[in-house]
Design a protein around this ligand. Structure first.
Ligand code: PXP
Length: 251
């Protein structure tokens, strides 16, 4: 085990809600998936309440907060509407992400450096309410330093570009991106930030990210929910956990 400690797995259950909403039914139920994930050893549940409510809805967040025994990580954009909902629900953690209506998923990191004057007062009441505030950012040192300055507890490094390069077989470029993520994790840790990572992670690309010593949590959703169709959610999570643990041990 690396000296930074256990690597946590946060399971993102957004796409259980995507499937439910595709038919306008009440199933599959995201809370049921979250409870299965908890039973399978997930350390936390992540859910993203998007402005357009395309997957998770307000009632899902309330049900997750009420029903879960493990921490809820509430992902959202830094808007007044979301701030009010977070303050009403009081999740363990809030991960602030950029949001564009037309995007299929969260494409880039948050521009903390360019929006510092607004974000510092925005997160203050969330911190006062006891939420661990996380910034979903790229590995750019300016974004990491700005996150530390505004008083965030956590940065989640966006692994989407690394994952895309890996999936396209552009392995030399993926290795360069990985090095930048490694440097970003080291800088964030040195500045006193807890480091998380996520986006686009799969069985095939998770190991190098899990092996970054300063990374304490991975948040993984789309691949796991897809894999659950074939293996069942519990086995899909167990396999991901196994790969994370092996990578952490350096084997
Ligand atoms: N972390 C953050 C901040 C995200 O926005 C997402 C996607 O909702 C994830 C992790 C999980 O990404 P994926 O679904 O690709 O595993």
């Amino acid at each position: 085990m690396n000296s930074f400690g256990k690597l946590r797995l946060g399971v993102n259950i957004d796409h259980v809600a995507t499937l439910r909403n595709a038919r306008g039914t009440v199933w599959p139920d995201p809370l049921r998936a979250a409870l299965l994930a908890e039973a399978a050893g997930a350390d936390g549940i992540t859910a993203h309440l998007r402005e357009d409510r395309r997957h998770i809805r307000d009632a899902d967040m309330a049900a997750l907060k009420a029903g879960l025994g493990i921490p809820l990580n509430f992902e959202c954009a830094a808007t007044d509407e979301m701030q009010a909902i977070v303050l009403a629900i009081r999740p363990h953690a809030v991960c602030l992400v950029p949001e564009k209506r037309e995007e299929r998923t969260t494409e880039g990191g948050l521009d903390v450096a360019g929006d510092e004057a607004r974000l510092a007062p925005f997160i203050a009441p969330l911190r006062a309410a006891g939420c661990r505030v996380s910034m979903f950012i790229g590995h750019d040192p300016r974004q990491i330093e700005a996150s530390a300055r505004i008083g965030a507890a956590v940065v989640e490094l966006h692994t989407g570009h690394y994952s895309d390069l890996h999936a396209e077989g552009r392995l030399d470029e993926a290795a360069i991106e990985l090095q930048a993520l490694q440097r970003g994790a080291a800088l964030a840790h040195a500045l006193g930030l807890e480091v998380h990572a996520g986006h686009g992670l799969t069985y095939d690309n998770v190991a190098p990210i899990a092996a970054i010593p300063q990374v304490m949590e991975l948040n993984i959703g789309h691949f796991l929910i897809g894999e659950a169709v074939f293996l069942g959610l519990e086995d899909a999570i167990a396999e991901m956990r196994h790969r994370m643990t092996q990578a952490r041990r350096g084997s």
